[in-house]
Design a protein around this ligand. Sequence first.
Ligand code: SAH
Length: 253
Amino acid sequence: MIREGEKVLLLDPRGKKYIVTAQKKDFHTDLGIIKLEEIIGKEFGDSIRSHKGYEFKILRPKIIDYLDKMKRGPQIVHQKDAALIVAYAGISPGDFIVEAGVGSGALTLFLANIVGPEGKIVSYEIREDFAKLAWENIKWAGFEDRVTIKLKNIYEGIDEENVDHVILDLPQPENVVEHAAKALKPGGFFVAYTPCANQVMRLREKLREFKDVFVKPRTIDVVVFEQEVKKDCMRPTTTILAHTGYITFARKR
Ligand code: SAH
C-alpha cells in the first residue's frame, strides 16, 4: 500500500513519465489535474484518472526514471558508460567507492543503486553549487543513507582507505593515480572517464609509472547501435550514439 510521502512514477497514456509524491496537493499536466492525495492507499500497478479522464498508471520508480528526471548541472556520464563501468570493474552490493567529481550526481545515483544499502560512496567535489545540486538529487532518489559528498579537491589526496573502487570523471585523472594507489584495496579498480584522447594518453603515461601497482590498464570507448525496427525494414538508426568518453580501467595488485 502506498503511504503518504512516498514517491511514485506516473505514466500517462503516451508513455510520458512524472515522479511525484503521494501527498495533499494537485499536480498539473497537459492531460489534466491529478489529485496526488488519491494515490495514498493505492497499490503499485493501480491507476488514477486526471480531471479530464485520462488514466495514469502508478508505478514504483526505478533508477532509470530517477536518472531521466533528475536535475541537471554539468554534463552527466551516460548510462551506456555507467553500465560498462559497473560491468568491467565488477561493482557489487556492499562495495565502498570513492568518486570524483560528483557533478550532477548521475553516476553517483547509478552506483548508489548498485552498491545498495550495505554499500558506501564518498564523492569529492570542488564546486559548492554542484555539491548542493547533486545532494538534492541524491536525497530525492533516497540514497542519502549510503552517499557522502565531500567538498574537497581530490588531486590533493584521498582520506579514505580500503576502498573497492576509485571512479573519476574530472579533467586530470592522472593527478589521482598516486592517491588511488594508497586508498585502494589490493584487487580494487581505478576507473577514469575522460572525453578526450589526450587525457587518456596522459593518464596511461602515469599508469605506466605505477606499473608495479596497477596492472592491465585498458581503455574502452562504448558505441551503441540502436536499431530502427519497422514492419518491412530494420536498420540502424541514422544517428548513432557514438563517442561520449573513453573509460580507462586499471587494477591494483
Ligand atoms: N559524473 C558526474 C559529472 C561530473 S562533471 C555525473 O554523472 O553527474 C565533473 C565534476 O568534477 C564537476 O562538478 C567539477 O566541479 C568536478 N571536479 C573537477 N576537478 C575536481 C577535483 N580536482 N576534485 C573534485 N572534483 C572535481
